[in-house]
Design a protein around this ligand. Structure first.
Ligand SMILES: [Zn+2]
Length: 72
């Protein structure tokens, strides 16, 4: 049996758009949804296929990013 995700956990998807956190997280209903935290950082994210994306992220989601820089 696989472990159930909890609300706020990272879900498998991600999403790249200027000024939006790239992470997808689980909502309280355990639906995959966008992270709506304000963005504070930019960095490079390598996806599961090895492609590198330049992404925006909030304070809580910088794990796994390379070249993280604070944005004004
Ligand atoms: Zn986030």
């Amino acid at each position: 049996m696989t472990e159930m995700p909890r609300p706020g956990d990272n879900s498998p998807g991600f999403f790249v758009a200027p000024g939006r956190c790239f992470r997808m997280i689980y909502s309280p209903q355990l639906q995959s949804t966008h992270c709506y935290e304000p963005t504070a950082w930019r960095g490079r994210w390598t996806d599961a296929k090895g492609r590198v994306h330049r992404v925006w992220t909030c304070d809580g989601h910088t794990d796994g990013l390379m070249g993280v820089r604070r944005v004004p």
